[in-house]
Design a protein around this ligand. Structure first.
Ligand SMILES: NC(=O)c1ccc[n+]([C@@H]2O[C@H](COP(=O)([O-])OP(=O)(O)OC[C@H]3O[C@@H](n4cnc5c(N)ncnc54)[C@H](O)[C@@H]3O)[C@@H](O)[C@H]2O)c1
Ligand SMILES: O=C(O)C[C@H](O)C(=O)O
Length: 328
């Protein structure tokens, strides 16, 4: 008999929610052997819109979808949750400083962390998508002391997917030829997309590219600023590609990474590669039996070390900012 999993999606009436829910319900998140019960969390003003999306989900008659609950109460939304996708967040609006944004999001991720702590299932896995994703994940995690810290993760898979695509186009190879492309650090413009360990077929990507100027001045900034480029072009931030990356992140975590392949996940640092313990920073990981492990023993060049350190310094600043606001 198919197992049944409770999946909670916050910000369910938003753009990413709309691109995500149908894919979860069709089995792309957890596989065709897993039934899904959806819990949609929204703010009161958006509950009606979430109900509209639920009507459309009903109208798809998905065989794996067992039910949909819609609520504006975090405790109800996270009761018994196995997979929590924290998408809803307060976007930056005109005149808002970074501190204001962190404070507004603290008001969202603190109670959600508390609700996860109070009611989540023992095997709960949390992915934070809402920005600033790494620090929002840290806030939620700090308010869920009874949940193992490593269950709180943030999304850098969209950055990874963007980087695969840029490299494939530069080398004119299919993305399937490429493996082990790593995003380090924060999901922000300081992130470091790293080709040092990437293989294309059986060749090293940096050797194949053979153009450090392209790596430093085209590849890295294109990937790191892609979010802003999408906003500029669409007039709204990436939605379907973000939903796609969330599916990839959870799918790999639950079902495992392919043999010889890595995934980028922002996870609580255990001190690996000099990243201060506890910061939720992106690393290369492998996943097996529902658990991830940070890939160990990589040789880090001086260039890479500087890039990783810069992004990690930004994460440490964000942690200090939320500390000084009393959010953690
Ligand atoms: N990590 C990534 O790679 C990545 C990529 C793209 C977007 N994002 C971020 O994802 C977030 C969502 O993007 P979107 O395009 O769907 O935004 P959106 O504005 O379309 O939707 C956000 C939804 O969240 C809801 N919401 C706000 N506060 C909430 C709360 N306390 N509880 C539940 N729901 C709440 C809103 O009502 C809204 O429906 C943004 O923060 C965006 O910056 C992250
Ligand atoms: O960059 C943004 O603000 C949106 C999002 O995080 C993205 O990477 O597309």
């Amino acid at each position: 008999m198919a197992r049944s999993v409770n999946v909670t999606v916050t910000g369910a009436a938003g753009q990413i929610g709309y691109a995500l829910l149908f894919r979860i319900a069709s089995g792309q998140l957890l596989g065709q052997d897993t039934k899904v019960r959806l819990r949609l969390l929204e703010i009161p003003q958006a509950v009606k819109a979430a109900e509209g999306t639920a009507m459309e989900l009903d109208d798809c008659a998905f065989p794996l979808l067992e039910g949909i609950d819609i609520t504006d109460d975090a405790k109800t939304a996270f009761d018994g949750v196995n997979v929590a996708l924290l998408v809803g967040a307060r976007p930056r609006t005109k005149g808002m400083e970074r501190g204001d944004l962190l404070e507004a999001n603290g008001g969202i991720f603190k109670p959600q962390g508390e609700a996860i702590n109070a009611g989540a299932a023992d095997d709960v896995r949390v992915l934070v998508v809402g920005n600033p994703a790494n620090t929002n994940a840290l806030i939620a995690q700090q308010h869920a002391p009874d949940v193992p810290a490593e269950r709180f993760t943030a999304m850098t898979r969209l950055d990874e997917n963007r980087a695969y695509s840029q490299l494939a186009s530069k080398l004119r190879v299919p993305v399937t030829e490429i493996k082990r492309l790593v995003i380090w650090g924060n999901h922000s413009a300081t992130q470091y997309p790293d080709l040092s360990h990437t293989v294309v077929g059986d060749r090293n990507a940096l050797e194949l590219v053979d153009d450090q100027d392209w790596v430093e001045n085209t590849f890295i900034p294109t990937v790191a600023k892609r979010g802003a480029a999408i906003i500029e072009a669409r007039g709204a931030s990436s939605a379907a590609s973000a939903a796609n990356a969330a599916i990839d992140h959870i799918h790999d975590w639950v079902n495992g990474t392919a043999e010889g392949q890595w995934a980028s996940m922002a996870v609580p640092s255990d001190g690996s590669y000099g990243v201060p313990e506890g910061l939720i920073s992106s690393f290369p990981v492998t996943c097996k039996d529902g658990k991830y492990e940070i890939v160990q023993g990589l040789t880090i060049s001086e260039f890479s070390r500087g890039k990783i350190a810069a992004s990690v310094a930004e994460l440490a600043e964000e942690r200090e900012a939320v500390r000084s606001l009393g959010l953690i």
